[in-house]
Design a protein around this ligand. Structure first.
Ligand code: NOJ
Length: 550
């Protein structure tokens, strides 16, 4: 593949509400991000993905945008945003913003106009439909539970469509006028000097125009909306236009949130013909649950994880570029998800870092992952903020689980796990704020916080810095541009080779609590080892090696 600037980046995702609170109101903000840029530079990351900071009623923490061209006041002002851009530039870092254009907020002016006047042009900016015999137009379940249809107040038999919450009406991409307004907004942001976008839920923009009922798949009598409004044939026409009218005019990078996108259609997303420069592939991230429902856990194995990573890497490599990640603001902490034995959490965090940071694609680290933050353990559903946590809790009970079981699913899987305030110190509220934060801290932050790890030799943070240095500096070309080659050694070892010109680097990770054996003869030099010992052809529990091959 032709070399592009974004292949060299190491990205770091910031959830502004929980990153750093500069004005002590309990909510993180943009000046708070600026205060921590030196920490991020020291970590070695080169690009920041900032989750939505646009104005919003915060029903879904900013993924419900009421004004694309203003900043949510508790996060700061447009001047703060400009300042952040300048300060990152000084440090040779780039910013990508979140682009949420499948839906907006019901408090957006367009939607308000659409409700006020049936004949307003804004009515066509959204999807309004009449119900059938007193029921909504279809029986599709929204991603956050309940029907995708919400009754329009004060109108007979009229509904609007929302793939996510009822406060997130979907935009009508069939309307060229609406699309044009979005493109203008996108170009204005790119003109400000941002490096690109992470593109939210973009594979939802095309709906199945037949609007027909499906076979119910739950006791609520509804069917998951995915088959009717995600990756629907014809979506590529919208993708092409979006790229031509916006991204292509700038040398920007874009990463699509491609949940549920099969490898047979990724050429619409990435590669020469695709809309985006890279994609987030969830096929291995969601291996622990079925249908994206927390109450459907799987009994996944290391072999399955390995094979899913192999498949993701090799399929994406055929077409274009990927964006490997272990965590984001919608996922639980990777340690709890992927390390089966809690006594190995700290070592395992380093194994995971090794496994993921050497993959092919631009890696994305999620805030706190570099400190080994783990999930919390809440005692009651009332302690959860996320609207999806509440929906999943009620659906689990509806499906026959006890309240205790439903709570356990949330503790394991809720998105709140990733959204707890970033622990900078061991002080009250983790140095995130002097005010009680909007969401309670995670468990154990007194031990796992940045201040402690900056000064502690052998810390997870130190290990992340080392891995980033290996990728970014010491073996840059091979680890950035090299081919990905699966290396099958043992079903319990996740191992692969990166190859570029004459250099070959092998990565071997044992994600089990047992010793694992393998046979590898052509070792030149061990580049990195997350424990002190080395026995040829044997990996200790959670040992991770990076090896230069002959
Ligand atoms: C995906 C985002 O990552 C998630 O946080 C959000 O709730 C949905 N899209 C809806 O925007």
């Amino acid at each position: 593949m032709e070399k592009k600037w974004w292949m060299d980046e190491i990205a770091y995702q910031i959830y502004p509400k929980s990153f750093n609170d500069s004005n002590n109101d309990g909510i993180g903000d943009i000046p708070g991000i600026i205060e921590k840029l030196d920490y991020l530079q020291d970590l070695g990351v080169t690009m920041l993905w900032i989750c939505p900071v646009y104005d919003s009623p915060m029903d879904d923490n900013g993924y419900d945008i009421s004004d694309y061209e203003n900043i949510y006041p508790a996060f700061g002002t447009m001047d703060d945003m400009e300042h952040l851009l300048q300060e990152t530039k000084k440090r040779n870092m780039k910013i990508i913003m979140d682009l949420v254009i499948n839906h907006c907020s019901d408090e957006h002016r367009w939607f308000q106009e659409a409700l006020k006047d049936k004949n307003s042009k804004y009515r066509q900016y959204f999807i309004f439909k009449e119900g059938k015999d007193g029921t909504p137009p279809t029986n599709w379940r929204s991603v956050f539970g309940g029907s995708v249809w919400q009754k329009v107040p004060d109108e007979d038999n009229m509904y609007y469509f929302h793939s996510f919450s009822k406060k997130q009406p979907d935009l009508n991409w069939e309307n060229p006028e609406m699309r044009k307004e979005l493109y203008q907004m996108i170009n204005r942001w790119l003109d400000k000097g941002i490096a690109g976008f992470r593109v939210d839920a973009i594979n939802f923009i095309k709906k199945d125009q037949r609007y027909q009922n499906g076979e119910p798949d739950g006791v609520d009598g509804l069917v998951a909306c995915f088959d009717y409004c995600r990756n629907i044939p014809g979506i590529n026409v919208f993708y092409d236009e979006l790229r031509q009218e916006t991204f292509q005019k700038h040398d920007c990078m874009t990463v699509s949130e491609s949940v549920g996108t099969g490898y047979d259609i990724i050429d619409e997303c990435i590669g020469d013909k695709g809309c985006f420069t890279m994609m987030f592939d969830f096929n291995y991230t969601n291996l622990d649950i079925l249908d994206e429902d927390y109450f459907k856990p799987t009994n996944w194995t290391i072999k399955e994880l390995r094979d899913k990573i192999y498949l993701s890497q090799t399929e994406i490599q055929k077409i274009g570029w990927s964006a490997p990640f272990l965590e984001n603001h919608d996922q639980p902490r990777s340690i709890n998800k992927l390390i089966k034995d809690p006594q190995y959490y700290e070592l395992g965090a380093k194994t995971l870092a090794t496994m993921f940071l050497m993959l092919r694609g631009t890696p994305f680290i999620y805030q706190g992952q570099e400190l080994g933050i783990i999930n919390f353990h809440r005692q009651s559903v009332d302690e959860f903020d996320d609207l999806n946590a509440h929906s999943q809790y009620h659906r689990a009970i509806e499906e026959g689980f006890t309240p205790e079981e439903a709570l356990a699913f949330l503790n394991q899987r809720s998105r709140d796990n990733a959204r707890t305030p970033m622990p900078w110190t061991k002080d009250q509220y983790g140095g995130f704020s002097k005010h009680e934060p909007w969401l309670a801290m995670t468990d154990g932050f007194e031990k796992y916080n940045a201040e402690d790890q900056i000064s502690r030799h052998g810390s997870i943070l130190e290990y992340y810095k080392k891995m980033i240095d290996i990728r970014k500096n010491r073996y840059h070309d091979t680890l950035s541009y090299g081919q990905f080659i699966p290396l099958i050694l043992n079903d319990n070892i996740i191992s692969y080779i990166r190859e570029y010109n004459d250099e070959r680097i092998a990565v071997l990770c044992n994600l089990t609590s047992q010793i694992q054996s393998y046979q590898l003869d052509n070792i030149d030099q061990i580049i990195s080892n997350n424990i002190h010992d080395y026995t040829a052809n044997q990996l200790q529990p959670y040992q991770a090696l990076i090896i230069l091959l002959k």
